[in-house]
Design a protein around this ligand. Structure first.
Ligand code: B3K
Ligand code: ZN
Length: 881
């Protein structure tokens, strides 16, 4: 088999042809849709060869059956063009011409869910990154931007609703029970932002008046049974539109903004111009069916896609290497929005926790890549945590280095300079630089260098000189293909905390900096000498997680407990609590490894928890975070060789000991946070629910009688899915199968009609810690509600098992690995994008002991023997390299 080739950023060349106008006509039939495309083409003057000869026009096209090609009205003979499995090439075209192609495609057979496909009887599209080439022949690259006019023709009874980008300009009836709608999008856009939807849908309609007083129609289109799940998305959309006006000065630019919910979708959602298409899991929510976490996800994803209208659509990417230009920036924007709508400290804690487990693991693994990769085989594999989350951290550093005003001036300038253009990361940074006068030359390394930097900090107090010298050293370990690492610009926000718990005034080289400062570490090693320090302080470092690095400082456990109580930075109070918990968990892991199962939890952690439960009342949402022990995935990230059994045992044991000692406090906490009055998806109520359910989880950790009773009562009362799911999960994960199994059965009977609720039903079962879970996973794969062609089901059942049930996925008999490999092999044929994502846990074999490494490699090799899609090929080759 010929091996797929890599594409390199260094080879970028501007397009030889531009498309001035795109006119599309779709005659929809599930198995044979005809697409007629008329392109007004113009040869780029710089690309002309000789005086009047034009370069060849090379169009992308895959899985298309070509019926006809004509140029300026003349049908071409078959020897007048070249056609391959991936391209249509035409030579000797006039410098300006009109090209018409007619192709037939098979949306019903499209299980890859890229291009035009059928989901639950409706037509929908997903074109980013390279799906448009599965719809028609086109220069499928983001730097070719055009205006689009789209006519959608379909059977009126089956597809009463016909949608595309922009504004509807004409509609009418046709013979044979068909009808049509023509949509016109006046904004220049690349074809990856094209969208089409046709189906039997109903809408939730509302409107928004923009800051300049224009009325925008807002429409959320869903299947009829989901209409009662659209209010939260609508509220979130309006809040996003307002926020983007207030915070970034960005106004919406069409008369209509639509969202459509579809059940089969590879990602969360897609920002198509004026017609966002959403995975139903990221738009539908009501309190009976969705948890608070799902409500927050809906709010965040609706905002993210809406924000793309400027950061992504009005200003798009020159090429896919620049993906983080739109994704990193837009994630930063949606994180800031969610922080403003909810609790800013909790949002930061959640985002950092995710970054440090999943993104740091990616950055240390075989597919590590810079925020701007230098090469790829399959671009779909690069919609990663590094591009999104680390990319957002890089923008956050820019924002924090510049300060609010200068950052806003910079973003205004960026939008003004690049509106209607396909831009690069340099364009973004140069606007920031121009607006602030700051030099970003060294900072650009954040975009080019993969791997998580480690910053080792140490401090020396000199009582005689009254100085505190803080030394910071940075290193970044080699990553695949990048051995040499250069020093980065690392902003370290910090303070020095006195023995009585106050921030000391900071004086550095004679300059008074106030109680907090941002040190800029730019060299491999730097020392900062603070003067006028009377007594040894405790440094509080990397406040707010001011840079995406691993920070090491040799804190004593007493110092951690002290900072957990006294640090003025909320993020660092949480962080120090987590560090203290981690140290205590590591003690238990060591005990487990030497066979001592009687070991006791460090008293200092017990004392810290007692303080949290009985001390000054803190913000409920933050308290719930502080009462949560580091996740198994995070603990694993800290180990040289991951010992899944020791981690699982230590965490379980710590929880049980905390619950035993602090039982009364947890019972009291539960009751203090029971819901009073009507349910509302407010932040205040969500915080109470998470605190109450955290308390319940501790009590269930010892299968406490009262805890059992509370869990059963909570499940029976069934006020909302957050409480139902929490209680059901705890019962199902307990040893009491006589309670868990009937509860699961009743739940399935009640919710079998609702696919999003059934996803939760799958996830709850496959995270069960008991060893019987693997049989359960295989059994559930045969369940009528499961389907390998639905990505949400695959994620709920297989992704959740392999990603979250670590102790069972990594079973030493290799059965967990075998199961995942079996699924990857099937999905490789059905949906390569999902196959290449779901395989991730297998690719991280280097983190485990020799026996598990061998088992995981065997499965990867078994996969390698298949005829692989580009997606899976790239991941497997990199993993086994
Ligand atoms: N831009 C889309 C991602 C599409 C990925 C396709 N493989 C979603 C988002 O980031 O908003
Ligand atoms: Zn995005």
């Amino acid at each position: 088999m010929s091996q797929p080739a890599a594409i390199h950023l260094a080879d970028y060349q501007a397009p030889a042809w531009q498309v001035l106008e795109t006119r599309l006509t779709f005659e929809l039939e599930p198995s044979a849709t005809r697409v007629t495309t008329v392109l007004t083409l113009e040869c780029n003057p710089d690309a002309a060869i000789g005086s009047d000869a034009t370069p060849p026009l090379v169009l992308n096209g895959e899985h298309l059956t070509l019926e006809r090609v004509s140029v300026d009205g003349r049908v071409l003979a078959s020897d007048e063009f070249t056609i391959s499995e991936t391209h249509l090439t035409l030579d000797g075209l006039p410098a300006r011409c009109e090209l018409e192609t007619v192709v037939v495609i098979d949306p019903a057979a499209n299980t890859a869910l890229e291009g035009l496909y059928v989901s639950s009887g409706m037509f929908c599209t997903q074109c980013e990154a390279e799906g448009f080439r599965r719809i028609t022949y086109y220069p499928d690259r983001p730097d070719v931007m055009s205006v689009f006019t789209t006519t959608v023709i379909g059977d009126k009874a089956h597809y009463p609703i016909l949608l595309s980008n922009g504004n509807p300009v004409e509609r009418g009836e046709l013979e044979g029970g068909r009808h049509f709608v023509t949509w016109q999008d006046p904004h220049l856009k690349p074809c990856y932002l094209f969208a089409l939807v046709a189906g039997d849908l109903v809408k939730h309609a509302d409107s928004f008046t923009t800051m300049s007083g224009r009325d925008v129609a807002l429409e959320i289109w869903v299947e009829p049974e989901n209409l009662d799940k659209t209010q939260h998305a609508m509220t979130s959309l309006k809040a996003s539109m307002k926020w983007d006006e207030e915070v970034y000065g960005r106004e919406y630019d069409l008369d209509i903004f639509m969202i459509v919910a579809v059940n089969d979708f590879n990602m969360g959602a897609m920002e198509n111009k004026g017609l966002n298409i959403f995975n139903s899991s990221c738009v539908l929510a009501n309190h009976d069916t969705a948890t608070d976490a799902a409500f927050q996800r809906v709010e965040g994803v609706v905002a993210h896609e809406y924000f793309h209208n400027w950061s992504g659509n009005r200003v798009t990417c020159r090429d896919w290497f620049q993906l983080s230009l739109k994704e990193g920036f837009t994630v930063y924007r949606d994180q800031s929005f969610s922080a403003d709508m909810n609790s800013a400290p909790v949002k930061r804690i959640e985002d950092v926790a995710m970054l440090r487990t999943a993104q740091f693991a990616e950055d240390a693994g075989p597919t590590a890549h810079p925020v701007r990769p230098a090469s790829y085989i399959e671009i779909s594999n690069f919609y990663t945590l590094t591009i999104y989350e680390k990319g957002s951290e890089v923008v956050r550093m820019v924002a924090n280095l510049l300060g609010k005003e200068a950052f806003r001036r910079g973003s205004d300038l960026y939008f003004a300079q690049n509106d209607g253009r396909a831009a690069t990361i340099e364009d973004f940074i140069s606007a920031m630089s121009e607006a602030s006068g700051r030099d970003f030359t060294q900072f650009m390394r954040w975009y080019a260098q993969a791997g998580t930097p480690e910053v080792a900090a140490s401090g020396v107090f000199d009582a005689t000189a009254k100085t505190y010298t803080l030394t910071l050293r940075q290193t970044t370990a080699p990553t695949p293909g990048q051995n040499e690492k250069l020093p980065l610009v690392i902003p370290v926000r910090m303070g020095l905390v006195s023995a009585d718990g106050h921030d000391l005034p900071l004086v550095l080289e004679g300059a008074s900096l106030g109680s907090e400062s941002v040190l800029e570490l730019t060299e491999a090693e730097q020392s900062f000498v603070f003067t006028g320090i009377e007594h040894a302080p405790v440094p509080s470092l990397l406040r707010g997680f001011s840079a995406p690095v691993k920070l090491g400082f040799d804190y004593s456990r007493e110092q951690l407990a002290f900072l957990m109580q006294h640090d003025s930075d909320g993020f660092n109070r949480w962080e120090c609590g987590q560090r203290l918990a981690l140290a205590a968990l590591e003690d238990l892991m060591a005990a487990f490894q030497r066979g001592d199962k009687q070991a006791h939890l460090d008293e200092r952690l017990l004392a810290a928890y007692r303080f949290l439960l009985t001390g000054e009342p803190t913000d409920r949402a933050v308290l719930a975070e502080m009462l949560t022990l580091p996740s198994e995935a995070y603990i694993a990230e800290q180990q040289a060789v991951v010992d899944v059994d020791a981690i699982h045992w230590a965490r379980k044991t710590a929880k049980a000991q905390l619950a035993t000692v602090l039982r009364e406090e947890f019972v009291a906490l539960y009751h203090a946070n029971e819901q009073q009055g009507e349910y509302a998806p407010t932040f205040e109520q969500m915080a109470r629910r998470s605190l109450k359910n955290a308390a319940l989880s501790y009590l269930m950790g010892i299968e406490d009688k009262e805890g059992m009773r509370l869990a059963q009562a909570q499940l029976a009362a069934a006020h909302n899915m957050t409480d139902v799911r929490a209680a059901l999960t705890l019962l199902v994960h307990s040893s009491r199968t006589e309670l868990g199994n009937p509860a699961l059965k009743a739940f399935a009977e009640r919710w079998s009609h609702d696919p999003l609720v059934m996803d939760q039903w799958f996830a709850i079962q496959v995270t069960r810690p008991q060893a019987d879970v693997l049989d359960r996973v295989r059994f559930l794969m045969e369940h009528p509600a499961f389907s390998l062609t639905n990505p949400n089901k695959v994620r709920a059942l297989i992704g959740t098992f392999a990603g979250q049930n670590r102790v069972n996925f990594h079973r030493i008999d290799g059965e967990g690995y075998r199961l995942l490999a079996d699924v990857v092999i099937e999905l490789n044929r059905l949906n390569p994008d999902i196959a290449a994502r779901i395989i991730t846990p297998l690719t991280r074999f280097k983190r485990f002991d020799a026996a598990r490494q061998a088992l995981m490699k065997t499965e990867l090799e078994r996969i390698r023997n298949e005829k692989l899609s580009r997606n899976v090929y790239e991941v497997v080759e990199k993993a086994l390299a």
